[in-house]
Design a protein around this ligand. Structure first.
Ligand code: PHE
Length: 339
């Protein structure tokens, strides 16, 4: 019997395996609960006393050798396995990188910038945290002017001189302070108003404002510029300027475009009139020019402003302004484009 065990010991010592499966089979055969070792341990009782010692030592040696072998093979095969995962197949083509998409607000902003750049407008930018002068006072809105209520303002801390800009007209003030006419610039950017959030309005939104200052700029120039814009942007060729009021322009107007009444959506968004308001405009008030060190006797100009969300909602048939800020991938992925 001892000789039999010695044969098994030799077998265990020589055992090699290519897979973890083979190791497991070997373990079950030798060390398992119904394995060979168990059988031989059971035979211990019937071994003559004088052989018991040798038998015990041999069988224990076998057990150790088998256990070590299993552990050793398992470890080396498992490490091979993880190495395989680490390196993979180096000749395999790489997994494609998922393409992102631009945010619809950026897309529409870029489109607007593109349309105006074709007629010589550059892009100007300014800070989102503004002082009272650039957001209000320079724009003919002195302290306690009732028109300040038109734009509910977020103030930074308790200092009434530091606020989140309520429109990008503040950028135009900065631009006029730093540049001499002729000026042709548009200022896209994020603006803030303390308004209730609903499907149609948000406390954070985006504007594009335009400014044109030169000698003998007229109201007709403004109308032509806006007409060009609506044609390029919306493919619509009828606009209407409705008298309005802004402290920084005189005269002032609301810009309406004729959207048409072909579909049910047209009825809905134009409230059955076919006309749609897209922004405000007017001839820059002489006081504003003076505040920005431009001589109103020498120069005149026009300004206009519109909301980017509003335009994006029109162009892409988006029913709720809040979708722009939710970062829902199902929404954003629909705007894959190269613009
Ligand atoms: N700044 C105005 C607003 O935010 C828009 C505007 C700009 C109107 C320029 C007229 C001229 O409401």
């Amino acid at each position: 019997m001892i000789d039999e065990i010695k044969k098994y010991i030799a077998e265990a010592e020589d055992f090699q395996a290519k897979t973890l499966e083979e190791v497991e089979q070997f373990r079950i055969k030798v060390l398992g609960s119904k394995g060979l070792l168990k059988d031989y341990f059971a035979k211990f009782k019937s071994v003559p006393n004088e052989l018991k010692k040798e038998f015990g030592q041999t069988i224990n040696a076998w057990k150790n050798i088998a256990e070590n072998k299993v552990a050793e093979l398992k470890e080396s095969l498992e490490s091979q396995e993880t190495n395989k995962n680490e390196w993979g197949d180096l000749t395999r083509p790489a997994a494609p990188i998922a393409l992102g998409s631009r945010h619809p607000i950026s897309l529409v902003k870029n489109q607007i910038v593109d349309v105006f750049s074709r007629i010589g407008f550059n892009v100007s930018e300014g800070p989102e945290i503004e002082d009272d002068w650039h957001n209000f006072t320079a724009l003919n809105l002195p302290e306690y002017h009732p028109a300040r209520d038109m734009q509910d303002t977020f103030f930074v801390q308790t200092n009434p001189d530091v606020l989140l800009r309520t429109h990008t007209s503040s950028v135009q003030v900065r631009y006029m302070e730093e540049n001499k006419p002729p000026i042709r610039t548009i200022s896209p950017g994020r603006v803030f108003r303390n308004e209730a959030i609903s499907a149609r309005s948000h406390c954070i939104f985006h504007q594009v404002e335009g400014l044109y200052i030169d000698k003998e700029v007229s109201f007709a120039d403004m109308k032509q510029t806006l007409l060009y814009f609506t044609k390029e942007m919306f493919g619509k060729s009828k606009i209407r300027l409705r008298p309005s009021y802004f402290p920084f322009t005189e005269p002032s107007a609301e810009i309406d475009i004729y959207w048409g009444l072909k579909t049910e959506t047209d009825y809905k968004i134009t409230k059955g009139t076919g006309w749609l308001e897209i922004g405000g405009c007017g001839m820059v008030d002489p006081n504003v020019l003076t505040n920005c060190n431009i001589n109103p006797k020498e120069y005149s100009g026009f300004a206009f402003g519109m909301g980017i969300e509003r335009i994006a909602m029109l162009l892409h048939q988006i029913g709720d302004i809040r979708m722009f800020y939710e970062n829902d991938m199902r929404f954003l992925e629909q705007f894959k484009s190269s613009f």
